[in-house]
Design a protein around this ligand. Sequence first.
Ligand code: B16
Ligand code: MG
Length: 217
Amino acid sequence: MIQACIFDLDGVLVDTVGLHFESWQKLASSLGYELPLHLKNKFRGASRMKSLGYILDEFSIHANENDKAKFCHLKNKWYQESLANINEDIMLEGAKSLLLELSKSNIKVALASASKNAKLIIKKLKLDNLFDAMVDANDVTLTKPNPEVFLSAAKKINCKPSDCIVFEDSPLGVTAAQAGGFKSIGIGEEIDISTVDSHFHSLEGISWSDLARHFEK
Ligand code: B16
Ligand code: MG
């Protein structure tokens, strides 16, 4: 029986995919490059270092470990600057109402994000009270497509993976959810619908009663 919903953050609850891309673009510009648009979706669910790897590969840039750490630091500085004045407007359609409904329905809710900024964003949006547990890239050693972040979230809320629905916008995250034995809902256009239990354009219009019916039929 479904007992919990586990949400990815970027691209599912908040509209930050563009902000990540713009921050990487600033880094690329500082090195004299223009990022191709296809990287925007490739960055979804990818750790900061994995994302940098995509950029270095794209332009065949050789960088040592010191350079990589410096590039990641710069990107994150710009990303955090872009988060400075965010408010609820950055939430994606349907996100707040579904979180509220789940909390009223006594369904456990957890966050499982590949971003080291996830808790900062949740705090800025004053959404902490809607989550029973939060796990982000600061808490795990392996990143998506490894299931560690989802398994750790499930453990914190004391639920079996098969009793949890994971909401994800990235193929990396869907692979991680499947590898961990979770039910999965793909959100948005980057998801191959054959890889998930259910697919929606956004969280808009998704209600807990529909989900319960769908997964318990
Ligand atoms: P940071 P998610 C992921 O978050 C983003 O999708 C991905 O684009 C980003 O590179 C990654 O977090 C790391 O973020 O640099 O803030 O640690 O989608 O798993 O919530
Ligand atoms: Mg995401």
